[in-house]
Design a protein around this ligand. Structure first.
Ligand SMILES: NC(=O)c1ccc[n+]([C@@H]2O[C@H](COP(=O)([O-])OP(=O)(O)OC[C@H]3O[C@@H](n4cnc5c(N)ncnc54)[C@H](OP(=O)(O)O)[C@@H]3O)[C@@H](O)[C@H]2O)c1
Length: 254
């Protein structure tokens, strides 16, 4: 078995009906994992799972709004019913309801950002960690953002939530390492998806980002996947509590 091989593993990937999550689900299936495709709409989950099966992989679609605790519990129950176990959890789904100065973000938008991007991720972890601990094996990967490392002029609440998720990974990693569970983050830069469309279509934002990104382009969802598989597989077996930046160099540009 190769270091990056996921044969025999079951992976649950939240927000995997499109964008970065979908690329992760597809490539994890290609690496041998059984994959649970998830998003808020059952039809979309089924369609992506069917595509994966058509390509020779093994996948089921299970709808779940990660901001709803009952749905989070049901996701885990249904995933176990389909595949017996959960070895890998990729916490990718997130929301960004606020754009503008941080001090003007409404209470509602701030609370929703923290509830969906941070608190709900903890619910999912709590559901799955005991099973991983019993097996003395498991990997959790949060999809954070380089926004969590830097000040942000218009995405302040979102950036706070992404900084918080990186801290969540560090704390959980310390707590669960004795059970051989590794918990890490991947922090992407600007990646071409529906989520980032408004930024990419804004000529000024795009020009400024490209000027400060040494690799000189916007990332594609597939660009994020390698780091996620590294952290989820045996290749990353001595890595825990870390955040790997995948941004074409945006955060190191001089
Ligand atoms: N794109 C970027 O530039 C970028 C940069 C840094 C970090 N990220 C992070 O990467 C992750 C994925 O973003 P993306 O760009 O791939 O977004 P995307 O293309 O918009 O895909 C988001 C996925 O999450 C699902 N989703 C949204 N809200 C959900 C909820 N409340 N519960 C469950 N599923 C939900 C969506 O399906 P439904 O709408 O059908 O539920 C979809 O499958 C996010 O954590 C984001 O913060 C993105």
């Amino acid at each position: 078995m190769g270091l990056f091989d996921l044969t025999g593993k079951t992976a649950v990937v939240t927000g995997s009906t499109r964008g970065i999550g979908r690329a992760i689900a597809e490539e994890m299936a290609r690496a041998g994992a059984r994959v649970v495709v998830s998003g808020r709409k059952q039809e979309a989950c089924d369609a992506v799972a069917a595509e994966i099966r058509k390509a020779g992989g093994d996948a089921v679609g299970i709808a779940c709004h990660i901001g709803d605790k009952a749905q989070v519990k049901a996701l885990v129950t249904k995933a176990r019913a389909a595949f017996d176990r959960i070895d890998i959890l990729v916490l990718n789904a997130a929301t960004n309801p606020a754009y503008g100065p941080l001090a003007e973000v409404s209470d509602e938008a701030f609370d929703k950002t923290m509830a969906v991007n941070v608190h709900s991720q903890l619910w999912l972890c709590a559901q799955v960690l005991p099973e991983m601990a019993a097996r003395k094996d498991g990997a959790i990967v949060f999809i954070a953002s380089i926004g969590g490392f830097r000040g942000s002029r218009n995405l302040g609440a979102y950036a706070i939530s992404k900084a918080a998720i990186m801290q969540t990974a560090r704390s959980l990693a310390g707590e669960w390492s004795p059970h051989n569970i590794r918990i890490n983050c991947v922090a992407p830069g600007l990646i071409r998806t529906d989520f980032s469309r408004a930024l990419i279509e804004n000529k000024e934002v795009l020009a400024s980002r490209l000027a400060t990104t040494p690799l000189g382009r916007v990332g594609e969802p597939i660009d994020v996947v390698g780091a996620v598989i590294l952290l989820a597989s045996d290749a990353g077996r001595f890595i825990t509590g870390q955040s790997i930046v995948v941004d074409g160099g945006t955060t190191i540009a001089g």
